[in-house]
Design a protein around this ligand. Structure first.
Ligand code: MN
Length: 227
């Protein structure tokens, strides 16, 4: 089965609970639509878990992007002591920064700004809409894809062949509840993933202690809550 979630924000234990709830195994795949880090206590631990599992894929969120901008600025200064660079980067994470190693920094740098599959596209925040149609991720910038705040608007039901999965803003700001929001295509009679133009996955994990994911094959949502 293929699962998609977003905005875990360092809630490593809750993510493990979700994997356990769905019976996640080697034949399954999970895609995380950005913002693995910050806010929660286990940002580095979560990144390392994702890094160690080839069937969990992640893309860049604005939080990873902000970290990388800080790192790239430090490298621009041509440091002679790379240990001190790593020490400073560890301070970026208030709770488990001590676990940060170069492998994890390389992993962050390797994250793509989007994933495009046959039936869907994953971005962190959104894609540009031109003339009512979703623009291809190849025709925009990483900055746009990780920061855009317009794509979430409920009245925006863009034309697109592929459903767009995104996160970035807690859905409770829109509907009052920590729930995944699925938007049907206008006039869509098709069932399942093909019937949606966009699916908003950020259930505000850091606000509500709830994490959810969408299952592509069953067109269903699964949620777990903090104890
Ligand atoms: Mn975000």
């Amino acid at each position: 089965m293929q699962y998609i979630c977003a905005d875990i924000h360092g809630e490593y234990e809750l993510f493990l609970r979700l994997l356990e709830r769905i019976g996640f195994s080697a034949s399954d795949e999970m895609i995380v639509c950005g913002d693995l880090i910050d806010k929660g206590r286990d940002s580095v631990r979560l990144m390392q878990y994702v890094m160690e599992h080839s069937n969990i894929r992640a893309i860049l969120g604005n939080h990873e992007h902000a970290f990388l901008r800080r790192y790239w600025a430090m490298m621009q200064e041509n440091p002679t002591d790379f240990d001190s660079v790593l020490w400073e980067l560890r301070d970026y994470f208030s709770y488990d920064g001590k676990l940060l190693n170069w492998e994890t920094v390389d992993f962050l740098e390797s994250l793509p700004p989007f994933i495009e599959e046959e039936d869907f596209i994953c971005v962190h925040a959104g894609l540009p809409i031109e003339g009512g149609r979703v623009l291809s991720p190849k025709r925009t910038t990483t900055e746009f894809m990780v920061n855009d705040r317009r794509f979430k608007e409920p009245h925006l039901l863009p034309e697109t062949e592929k459903c767009v999965f995104f996160g970035h803003t807690p859905t409770s700001y829109l509907c009052g509840k920590p729930r995944i929001l699925k938007y049907r295509r206008s006039g869509a009679a098709v069932e399942g993933l093909k019937g949606y133009c966009k699916i908003h996955l950020d259930v505000g994990t850091w606000l509500h202690g709830v994490l959810g994911c969408y299952c592509v094959e069953t067109d269903s949502e699964i949620y777990v809550t903090k104890a």
